[in-house]
Design a protein. Structure first.
Length: 116
């Protein structure tokens, strides 16, 4: 899942992610458990290729906003999805920027959400 050198990956800043957009969160399980966007779809980066049909069903609207902790892993997934014909956009700064912007975060437990 790498983009060819010199190929820019479509990206946006957190403030450009539309309210209510569904994010594709490609972080690992422990990162997800610590805190994630409420409407995010979780598919760890290592499972993206195998779960592409599931992602297409869960995220039917385009563009797909892809997010990780800082933006590096999500850039790789965005490049892969772009090459596969998807309208995918990397969220620059990832969940760190999401949290810093005060965007909503939740956990599946009763602990406060955080980015790890």
């Amino acid at each position: 899942m790498s983009s060819p050198l010199g190929s820019p990956v479509p990206a946006c800043v957190v403030s450009d992610v539309p309210e209510g957009a569904v994010l594709l969160d490609v972080r690992e399980d422990d990162e997800w458990a610590a805190g994630h966007a409420p409407a995010a779809v979780h598919v760890p980066i290592g499972q993206v290729v195998a779960r592409l049909d599931e992602i297409a069903t869960a995220v039917p609207d385009r563009p797909v906003h892809v997010i990780c902790r800082s933006g590096a892993r999500s850039a790789r997934v965005t490049a892969y999805l772009q090459q596969a014909g998807w309208d995918a956009v990397n969220v620059n700064g990832g969940m760190r920027a999401w949290a810093a912007a005060g965007r909503p975060m939740v956990t599946d437990s009763n602990v406060p959400a955080r980015v790890i």
